[in-house]
Design a protein around this ligand. Structure first.
Ligand code: PLP
Length: 448
């Protein structure tokens, strides 16, 4: 009864993000009521394994008491302190220091935001400020990757290359450019790592040339693994090659780790595993494990010092009311305790199990590709494995895969062109990982 009236209230009043508004009105909302570990419960009391950790964000799992306690205590002690006027709070300072300790290389300076989109936006502003400070304001062109996702703000949606984020909105801006994604499964050079890397380098150099040379290009952005584009894993060494090419051409390299950081691929930062130190890293999601909103920009020593010198005694005019919010920071500290405890190790072990389990689905007639790293994975469905024929969208809408998975007791992300994505909480048990794989096979069999 209560649930039915909520469905009607939702239909009448709540606008959902990235949804077909008409489709949602017809289908109605699925209401989640509670969660513990990797399991969520809907309003009817049905339990599902959350194979997507909400939106690749509840890395620590639901209902972690230490996180709840940290938030409660901080709200009671001091619910808010601005970062403006030289004011700060204990948890924000300690979180910045602890994160800087973990971040790759000299990414020693942390700027807190409310989530990933405004973290990306902040880097765009910092990149611009950096080049002004260096006396090169003409370096104002930005390059990103096809299949890339960098948020849904006006600027971030333009850096994003997914068509749904552009249609009807009139973005991207003319200073936002794309080069092809290193998509091994869909690239004829896919099995030749060296050739793929050489191809991407040539594509970046060609784009730089087209834009008038390196003296016009401000920054290149890449996700270490492209998440919302379909969990596209570049070949080993690709990220380092692109980072080095940017350094050689005096172009800033920004790694967007909003999904890949905080144990999602194994370590706290995917860049550490790749052996690279970007000029800036963006994060969000696992930073607070989604208990409260927060994002962060990690800034290298030279970017920080250049901007600081450029500004002199003037204010660097960028900030949000909720930058470095003390409750979010207290949650971040409690979540970091969990990562430093057993969570990262468990995530690594469960990640190996997930990847092996999904590989066991390769024999299924619909499975063309299985890919991922750690607790981030995808399977790509095709109608013809040799020709890699994508499923006709009309015969297999993503919503139908999502609905079948839900019926089977699994929350998994279905992408429009027939990719199923996985990002379970790092606290999963072996039995839960096995159930994710078993339930996926049920969905695939029903889809045949
Ligand atoms: N960048 C990447 C790589 C993302 O995956 C996302 C969100 O999924 C964002 C930025 C935007 O983050 P948010 O949704 O917190 O604004």
């Amino acid at each position: 009864m209560l649930s039915n009236s909520l469905v009607e209230l939702d239909r009448a009043h709540l606008i959902h993000p990235v949804a077909s508004w008409r489709g949602h009105e017809a289908a109605g909302v699925r209401i989640l009521s509670s969660g513990k570990g990797a399991v969520v419960r809907d309003a009817t009391g049905r339990e599902l394994i959350d194979g997507f950790a909400g939106l690749w964000c509840v890395n620590a799992g639901y209902g972690q008491e230490s996180v709840v306690a940290a938030a409660t205590e901080q709200m009671r002690d001091l619910c808010y302190a601005t970062g403006y006027f030289g004011i700060g709070s204990d948890p924000a300072i300690r979180l910045a220091a602890r994160l800087a300790d973990h971040a790759p290389g000299d990414l020693n300076h942390v700027y807190f935001t409310l989530g990933g989109s405004d973290a990306v936006d902040s880097t765009v502003r910092f990149v611009r400020y950096y080049w002004h400070s260096r006396g090169k304001p003409q370096k104002d062109q930005f390059i990103t990757l096809e299949y890339g996702y960098h948020g849904s703000s006006t600027v971030g949606a333009g850096l994003t290359a997914l068509p749904a984020f552009h249609a009807g909105f009139g973005v991207p801006y003319d200073w936002q450019h794309k080069i092809p994604s290193p998509y091994p499964y869909r690239n004829p050079l896919g099995s030749d790592v060296e050739a793929m890397i050489a191809q991407s380098k040539a594509q970046l150099l060609a784009k730089i040339e087209e834009l008038g040379g390196a003296d016009r290009v401000a920054a290149f952005y890449a996700e270490p693994i492209q998440g919302s584009g379909g969990v596209i894993v570049p070949p080993k060494g690709w990220l380092k090659a692109m980072r080095d090419l940017c350094a050689k051409n005096d172009i800033l390299f920004v790694a967007d780790e909003v999904i890949t950081a905080f144990g999602r691929t194994g370590p706290l930062f995917a860049c550490s595993e790749e052996g690279i130190v970007p000029d800036m890293i963006t994060t969000a999601k696992g930073l607070t494990s989604a208990y409260v909103p927060m994002g962060a920009v990690f800034m290298s020593e030279h970017v920080y010092q250049t901007i600081a010198d450029g500004a002199g005694q003037a204010a660097v005019g960028h900030g949000y009311t909720y930058s470095a919010h003390p409750v979010s920071a207290a949650v971040g500290l409690a979540v970091l305790d969990l990562y430093e405890g057993s969570l990262l190790d468990n995530g690594r072990r469960m990640g190996d199990r997930l990847q092996a389990g999904l590989q066991s689905l390769s024999d299924h007639p619909l499975v063309g590709d299985v890919r991922g790293r750690g607790m981030l994975a995808a399977i790509e469905l095709v109608t013809d494995k040799d020709k890699k024929t994508q499923l006709p969208a009309a015969s297999l809408p993503a919503t139908r895969i999502f609905e079948r998975a839900w019926e089977a007791g699994l929350v998994a992300r279905a992408f429009a062109w027939g990719v199923i994505g996985y990002a379970p909480p790092l606290c999963c048990t072996e039995a839960e990982i096995d159930a994710i794989v078993e339930r996926t096979r049920i969905v695939l069999d029903q889809t045949l």
